[in-house]
Design a protein around this ligand. Structure first.
Ligand SMILES: Nc1ncnc2c1ncn2[C@@H]1O[C@H](COP(=O)(O)OP(=O)(O)OP(=O)(O)O)[C@@H](O)[C@H]1O
Ligand SMILES: [Mg+2]
Length: 645
């Protein structure tokens, strides 16, 4: 027979009684392993081993059941504990049971022994299980608490009426409070930037929501953008329902996304603007060119001459706008030279004075020891003009414009608080006014193309977009400081160069625009080409025209007389102007090259800077400019009729 093993610790001084117990258990079907102890010390030692049950005599000479029980408890052992006694007094039994004994048996009647032990072992096992489950629960609760306490996300519970029940430390920090109690006292609706939105969100009849975005405010009033995910839970007390919500602060992420979106938008609009500007410049070249040719024929005094001037004025306005677009799209070709910003300001000052009128005083604070910057003088004029016109518009009742230049360093601290700025050594140009100023909302948008607060016809919103494009193209940074009614100051930082500023070239001596040289003209736009041809021919030049680069090369091969100048558009279908120029130069090294361009993507070497020594005529141009430039270039080369074979 397979007996069940049972390990019994018997606390007993009588060997006979011990054997009686063992026999009874064996009769009950157990294979008993036991130890008999009769002192506290012996029992303590025995408790180091594993037992299924303890059976103890009620009283012994040197020990007692009550003392044994106490010992068991002190050892934190939950074992079935059964007392046996020769006599059974009610009071002693009650006292023993109260002390934790599980049952009380009379020594002479051990028939109940086995059932009692079995019952007790079952109950002990059950208690053990419960204890383990409770421990596990306690542990997991502690883990959850720690999760909530240490979470990077804000977590709260709040009643449907908006009263906070619990808040975690991350939420307290997120909202800028010192303690959880301080936040608990505030109430959920008040952390919403707009309390009605908060009320709305809470009362929505949904028991679950994810990724709900909302604007909250910190204790300081500073707004933060949050994502809320939560669910409704039943709160036991009074059956009121509450929400359990996780809060993610997405202010920074949102800001970065906005920045990226903004940059992409600027880039896309820039692309578009560049393309449009290209077509515009061709059209404007034709409009301006023919108007000029007509004016010459008619003479300025005829009434029709005035109409023509109106056309020219309008076309010039369109050309100025196109220039702003190009500047913004960073597609302008730059004639980079080391420049002294102080000198640039001094040179345009008279023009600025005319531009902004007499009601406004221009004050200049110009550094004499300014380091040079690499830039294109025409573009800097454009920047100054745009800023000055804005300053004028901001001061309808007059005021002061202050133009300042100085050397400036941008340090790491500045860079951290001004997105897009890079630390380094700069020359700074600032234009400040005492005008109407701008709100934060306006400031956030001023560099966007076509953003304007001016009435229709007064502004196109391209001025600052152009400034932004130019400064970016030059590797600089533009900042604005402004407050409503307190005026505005724009500061432009351009990287310093260690090259000395170029001395302003003395204007070329006025030359007669007349010539007799041969010019190979390559331009794919028919209108533009014919205007140029007419203008050149009128002043004595021989013109060979081509609509494409391969055409031009064919002409060149067939030609047995010398060609003095290749006048070519940069952007041509198929082979572009640059490549054509390279081929022509290879075959006829004496030929001078003059590029024309309105949109100059392919002109770039790096970042749109012209190679030194390359001549460029920016579209749209007038016949006068064309002829001057042509004469200037040809005049620089050998006199006509020498050296060509
Ligand atoms: N100095 C300034 N003071 C106050 N507001 C300004 C100032 N400069 C620019 N702004 C604001 O920025 C907006 C955009 O300026 P921006 O120069 O780009 O366009 P615009 O002046 O409106 O039009 P455009 O320059 O194309 O004629 C202006 O409409 C104005 O609201
Ligand atoms: Mg403007």
């Amino acid at each position: 027979m397979n007996n069940k093993p049972l390990r019994v610790l018997i606390v007993e001084d009588s060997k006979d009684d011990t054997e009686l117990l063992v026999r009874e258990l064996e009769r009950g079907g157990y294979s008993v392993a036991y130890e008999q102890v009769s002192t506290a010390d012996a029992m303590t030692a025995a408790l180091g081993r594993t037992w299924d049950v303890v059976i103890s005599a009620y009283s012994m000479p040197a020990f007692s059941a009550m003392a044994a029980l106490a010992l068991l408890k002190a050892n934190r052992r939950d074992l079935p504990f059964v007392i046996t006694s020769g006599t059974i007094g009610e009071e002693t039994a009650i006292a023993a049971l109260k002390a934790g004994a599980h049952d009380f048996l009379v020594k002479g009647r051990l028939t109940r022994l086995v059932p009692v032990i079995e019952r007790e072992m079952r109950e002990t096992a059950l208690r053990g299980e419960q204890r383990r489950a409770q421990d596990a629960l306690r542990r997991s609760e502690a883990q959850y608490r720690s999760l909530v306490e240490h979470a990077v996300f804000g977590i709260y519970k709040a009643t449907i009426e908006g009263q906070f029940l619990t808040v975690n430390p991350a939420l307290v920090t997120m909202l800028g409070y010192d303690t959880a109690d301080a936040l608990l006292a505030v109430g959920l609706p008040n952390v919403f930037a707009d309390p009605t939105v908060g009320a709305d969100l809470m009362h929505r009849e949904r028991d679950q929501f994810t990724g709900e975005e909302a604007m909250w405010q910190r204790k300081s009033g500073e707004p933060i953008r949050v994502r809320l995910s939560g669910r409704q839970i039943e709160v036991i007390d009074g059956g009121r329902s509450a929400f359990e919500v996780i809060v993610e602060d997405i202010t920074e992420r949102h800001r970065l996304q906005e920045q990226l979106r903004q940059a992409q938008k600027m880039e896309a609009v820039g692309q578009l603007a560049g393309g449009v500007a290209h077509d515009f410049n061709n059209m404007l070249t034709a409009i301006l060119g023919y108007s000029e040719l007509l004016t010459e024929q008619i003479g300025p005094d005829k009434p029709i001459g005035q109409d023509l001037r109106a056309i020219v004025t309008a076309a010039e306005r369109a050309a100025a706008l196109t220039r702003q677009l190009l500047a913004f799209s960073r597609k302008q070709v730059l004639a980079m030279t080391p420049l002294d910003l102080t000198r640039v300001v001094r040179d345009v000052e008279p023009m600025l004075r005319r531009l902004i009128g007499e009601q406004i005083v221009i004050k200049t604070v110009l550094a004499d020891d300014l380091d040079a910057v690499m830039a294109d003088a025409t573009q800097l004029d454009q920047v100054l003009m745009n800023l000055a016109v804005n300053a004028r518009d901001a001061m309808p009742r007059g005021g002061v414009v202050t133009i300042e230049t100085r050397n400036a360093e941008l340090d790491q601290r500045y860079v951290l608080t001004h997105t897009g700025a890079r630390a380094g050594a700069y020359a700074m140009l600032s234009v400040g006014d005492s005008g109407i100023g701008m709100s934060r909302e306006v400031q956030a948008k001023i560099f966007e193309p076509f953003f304007t607060t001016k009435e229709r016809g007064r502004g196109t919103g391209l001025g600052l977009a152009a400034v932004y494009g130019i400064v970016k193209q030059l590797g600089g940074y533009v900042s604005v400081e402004s407050e409503p009614e307190r005026g505005s100051t724009f500061k432009i930082y351009l990287p310093r160069t260690n090259q000395p500023a170029a001395v302003k070239s003395t204007p070329a001596p006025v030359v007669s625009p007349v010539g007799a040289e041969s010019i190979l003209l390559v331009e794919d736009e028919d209108d533009v080409r014919s205007f140029i041809k007419i203008a050149l021919q009128r002043f004595g030049y021989q013109v060979v025209e081509a609509a494409s680069a391969p055409d031009a090369l064919t002409h060149l091969e067939a030609l047995d007389r010398p060609i003095h100048l290749l006048l070519t558009d940069v952007v041509l279908p198929g082979m572009d102007g640059r490549e054509l120029a390279a081929r022509v130069t290879r075959e006829r090294p004496d030929v001078q090259i003059l590029f024309m361009s309105g949109y100059t993507d392919r002109m770039r070497t790096t970042d749109g800077y012209l190679e030194p020594g390359v001549h460029l005529l920016e579209k749209p141009f007038t016949a006068e400019t064309l002829l001057k430039k042509t004469r200037q270039i040809l005049g620089q080369s050998r006199p006509l009729g020498q050296g060509h074979t």
